[in-house]
Design a protein around this ligand. Sequence first.
Ligand SMILES: [Zn+2]
Ligand SMILES: [Zn+2]
Length: 141
Amino acid sequence: MNGAEARGIQKARTAACSCGCLKLTLEGAPERVYACACLECQKATGSAFSYRARYLKQSIVADEGERRRFRRITEAGRWMDQVFCPTCGTLVYMEAEVLGAQIVVSVGCFGEPDFAPPAAIFWSRRRHGWYEPDAEIRLLD
Ligand SMILES: [Zn+2]
Ligand SMILES: [Zn+2]
């Protein structure tokens, strides 16, 4: 058992929408935790930035509930799907052509205030002026 397992990071977590119909349970630690302040993420989340955890799809141990997808084609011509609950509208996860066998989950859906902070914030120049990230968070543009 390594240090991460000893601290309980390997436990299973469930990302659920507001009404609780769409649920995704993942086992183990995410590959990466990040935030993104691009305008697409601001619109998709209705917030100042997205806060997301990238997992291998093989980490999914349970998956239930109806869902709808909003597909967007990026400037590079690749598809990107925002997946949400048709009842309450919560954006639970994202899949994308460039992500391959990985899935990106909205961290807020875990309802776990002690979840790992983002290692980096993408499109940091688009972030709102009031938000000054901690020094440990890498700013990427
Ligand atoms: Zn819902
Ligand atoms: Zn973004």
